[in-house]
Design a protein around this ligand. Sequence first.
Ligand SMILES: Nc1ncnc2c1ncn2[C@@H]1O[C@H](COP(=O)(O)OP(=O)(O)OP(=O)(O)O)[C@@H](O)[C@H]1O
Ligand SMILES: [Mg+2]
Length: 298
Amino acid sequence: MTAVIDTDRLTKRYGSARGIEELDLRVDRGQVFGFLGPNGAGKTTTIRTLLDLLHPTSGRARILGLDSRRESREIRARVGNLPGEFSYEGRMTGRELLAHFAALRGMRDLGSADVLAERFEAALDRPLRSLSRGNRQKVGLIQALFHEPELLILDEPTGGLDPLMQEEFLALVAEQRDAGRTVFLSSHELDEVERVCDEVGIIREGRLAAVESVEEMRSRAYRNVVARFHRPVAAGDFAGLPGVEDVELEGLTVRFRVRGDLDPAIKALARQAVADVEITRPTLEELFLTYYDRGAAS
Ligand SMILES: Nc1ncnc2c1ncn2[C@@H]1O[C@H](COP(=O)(O)OP(=O)(O)OP(=O)(O)O)[C@@H](O)[C@H]1O
Ligand SMILES: [Mg+2]
């Protein structure tokens, strides 16, 4: 596998304030990599440093095999980037902005801009300042995509998009992967990351807390069980079973988590008069918290 993004202890401080600390990131060609973290974790700082819009305080980054500092011009020509704040003032229309980017990139025409505009119902002929946030975001996405780059680096790409457009965007990301391209996207939306990404990196307070495939994340995960009974049960009917944790009994309803084999819990449920049962996977949101707990404990 070839690394498309490869960083070596990449660090960016703002004066003495934390930005990102010793980030070792690797994204291989053809991957969709989700970069997750809460507000202020360092997602935008990472992306801006990769693109040499910020200079690293220490450490290095290679993008498409090129040095992020010395070869930043070539990198920017070959990468599609959606900045976190896509805001252009003034009278310029989307089409004029795209023409400007096309010239910078040495393109002869507007590539797939019109096809994308139709797909995302984007208004390219209106002044950007007259567009709503979501509609401006669509122009930003087209700007990142219309030259069909081999690597997309997108900072919160679905921010401001309505649910229908989010769906369309996720479908587009899957198509990019199928075409062999690489996508690095930051998000707070754990659900969208789970749906579209192959691998997830979790950043917390400027440090990479975990990198895992979405599959691993799911397989390691527990199940949430909620059961309601016709007749009273005791918490002790479930607490102490292998893999069963956090048993809570409330009236005729019991709630617990199961790690690993579900069978002992199912058999214990079956000995009771079950009125209803629900077994669910944790949301990525819940998983996210387990990383934080683990981090805090160490
Ligand atoms: N220009 C700046 N000067 C000083 N500190 C900054 C600057 N930009 C960012 N920071 C700090 O760096 C840290 C990381 O910020 P960053 O914008 O990278 O987070 P983020 O993960 O993108 O957050 P969000 O989800 O809100 O977009 C924060 O503590 C932030 O306050
Ligand atoms: Mg940000």
